[in-house]
Design a protein around this ligand. Structure first.
Ligand SMILES: Cc1cc2nc3c(=O)[nH]c(=O)nc-3n(C[C@H](O)[C@H](O)[C@H](O)COP(=O)(O)O)c2cc1C
Length: 190
């Protein structure tokens, strides 16, 4: 199972990326899982003008990102909440690639805030976004409030009480992702 964690904050001094690092380590320490982070601060895409398949001159970064998205069996959309919604870099990404890379993939939702509300408004909006991409929303989400109290910059968990929520998210995410991959494998041999 190949899992791509899309880390959406491009902000200098960002705090949400530490959760991406934590999840990436956790997935890579799980048997049968290979995980990577698509860091949208590192992989800068052009501001959306035309969809990738019709872009006559895609950048090398755009080609590399397309490869990463296609590589993934399942994805995690990980985003801070900005003004009641998810990060603009994430919307720019999904509009540019225009569904193809997301269709029929299990997609988990992780939202981050330095406040107590944990980005819940953006989490609910991401459910709609994933449905619009014809992806499969993992119903158990991981909203992370007060992120700097919970995670160190290197991704280490500071608050053991939060472990349970992470475990539940990972288990539910892998349950759906495994089911989708198994169904595709079955369809391929029939
Ligand atoms: C422009 C901006 C808007 C924000 N709006 C919200 C918001 O609507 N709700 C919320 O809970 N936190 C909000 N915050 C706080 C961020 O969610 C919090 O700082 C988060 O950790 C940012 O992630 P980042 O550091 O990875 O960019 C906002 C922060 C910024 C910079």
């Amino acid at each position: 199972m190949k899992v791509l964690i899309i880390s959406s904050s491009t902000r200098k001094g960002r705090t949400s990326h530490r959760v991406a690092v934590h999840l990436n380590n956790r997935f890579n320490n799980t048997d049968g899982i290979e995980a990577r982070i698509l860091d949208l601060a590192e992989h800068k895409l052009p501001m959306f003008e035309e969809v990738y398949v019709r872009d006559e001159n895609p950048t090398d970064t755009a080609k590399e990102v397309a490869k990463m998205l296609n590589w993934a069996d399942a994805m995690v959309f990980l985003t801070p909440e900005y003004n009641g919604t998810y990060a603009p870099a994430l919307k720019n990404l999904v509009d540019y690639y225009n569904k193809t890379e997301f269709i029929k993939k299990a997609i988990g939702i992780v939202t981050i805030s330095t406040g107590a509300l944990a980005g819940m408004r953006s989490a609910v909006q991401l459910q709609n976004l994933i449905a619009a991409l014809f992806g499969y929303v993992v119903p158990y989400m991981l909203p992370v409030g007060n992120v700097t109290d919970k995670f160190e910059e290197d991704g280490t968990l500071k608050l053991p009480l939060f472990e349970n929520s992470i475990n539940n998210f990972v288990a539910e995410f892998l349950w759906l992702a495994d089911a989708v991959v198994a169904k595709k494998e079955l369809a391929a041999v029939v």
